[in-house]
Ligand binder design. Sequence first.
Ligand SMILES: CC1=C(/C=C/C(C)=C/C=C/C(C)=C/C=C/C=C(C)/C=C/C=O)C(C)(C)CCC1
Ligand SMILES: [Fe+2]
Length: 570
Amino acid sequence: MASLITTKEMMSHHHVLSSSRLTNLYSDNSINDQQIKTKYQVSHRLFARRISGAARAVINSPMPPSVPEIEKLEGERRCHVAWASVQQEKWEGELTVQGKIPTWLNGTYLRNGPGLWNIGGHDFRHLFDGYSTLVKLQFEGGRVFAGHRLLESDAYKAAKKHNRLCYREFSETPKPAIRNSFKNPFSGIGEILRLFSGESLTDNANTGVIRLGDGRVMCLTETQKGSILVDHETLETIGKFEYDDGLSDHMIQSAHPIVTETEMWTLIPDLVKPGYRVVRMEAGSNRREVVGRVKCRSGSWGPGWVHSFAVTENYVVVPEMPLRYSVKNLLRAEPTPLYKFEWCPQDGAFLHVMSKLTGVVVASVEVPAYVTFHFINAYEDADENGATVIIADCCEHNADTRILDMLRLHTLRSSHGQDVLPDARIGRFRIPLDGSKYGRLETAVEAEKHGRAMDMCSINPLHLGQKYRYVYACGAKRPCNFPNALSKVDIVEKKVKNWHEHGMIPSEPFFVPRPGAIHEDDGVVISIISEENGGSFAILLDGSSFEEIARATFPYGLPYGLHGCWIPKH
Ligand SMILES: CC1=C(/C=C/C(C)=C/C=C/C(C)=C/C=C/C=C(C)/C=C/C=O)C(C)(C)CCC1
Ligand SMILES: [Fe+2]
């Protein structure tokens, strides 16, 4: 069962992960236990028993493993299920629950992430390349109905149809057709045009899923065409989210819009005139209005990569990271360790603050070099003289870009217990609004307390843009090559509670507040765990004590996933 470990244990306890042979089980009620064991090499008895007992009763949508083909899966099967492709397009059923799901928890948790990393005999290289796989956990009167389904993006449909990669993914580039490269000397120019018109870019919306204020549910990636509506009950793909604002010719967007019941804020990077459009969309509308524009401060060609950003009550905090889009790397067929980006600390690192009301940039400060994918939260505070200062917290990788290449599938799959995960911390920016040239960056809580890993964060959504106290995120129990723990960080008292179980890879801990709660941490934390033995389960931790209150077991293994959202039942 779950073990709640103290920070002290987390810091001192070092044990080596065993490299046992692992399986990602194929759940098909048309084959019997013996067939499962022999044909699919199920090596863990316990898990096989779970499959035979539970899966047949709950699976109502058996699917043959059409994509990818079984032979391809043999290689992946030797790795942790977190990094192995899902073996059927969809599944739906009720999960076996241990513990007690709170009766107030009624609604659906949706999680998106890459879940299929091969096509037509080609193995993808990077975690972020995989085709979007949606997982749902529908909580209803203490029961959990679950499922997963691959998103029917154009990129995935084309890959299935042609049995090869057809669009540019995060690190993968389709091979140009041979006849083109030999016969047509202009095929290279054509390729550049297809890239910069966005035609060859993927719409594989695998990075997250959001619920808009009007109830529509949208999967996202960093290409604008990768904004895809889904049905949160059936997980069916509805179709593209069509923006009707003429802003879609800027191919790229932030992967993390900030959504409330009334509006959505996002950033649209400008690759031609380096900068960012700050845009706002009313709930119920498909039209984004440009509130203002931030001009990049550095002299580099490309704007800084902006995976996420932050808002306070009155301001939008726009990061300009030294990890910048690189035209050279965008054009490369073979990935570099920085993929589509380049590291330019010599050109400075900045943060810009824009008024939500006027679109005016009220502060633009230089800060120490930083690497972040995820902002946690931001708020307006007063400094010692009573002047307004913006506090913006993020998961910061100590200005070390290696994390990006650490997420290569080969690296993730070949863990032998070495402690190779680069350190991360909660980075706290202080941005004065008094015209100062510089902002500060400090460590909010001693990073050892969460095992020097920090990413995939959530907070109580009712504290968005406000002063807050608790961060839920993935931390680590070292040695490890990937965050393998869940951490609750009290950024006021600077205390950390960690959850860890040997061999488990948890995905983003997602906080759902209890309706009517007064305390910030009154609620539950949901995470989906990929197990070393090839299985997976959803875990519910109490938001306050961080103790396990329930787990709901899938009859098969789910890979690691990225971000989720909560859809309350009305
Ligand atoms: C497809 C193209 C691009 C796509 C970019 C994408 C899909 C970026 C996704 C970034 C993600 C999911 C970042 C997550 C970071 C998570 C971390 C560090 C977790 C650590 C451990 O807990 C562009 C690159 C935009 C360019 C064109 C093509
Ligand atoms: Fe993200």
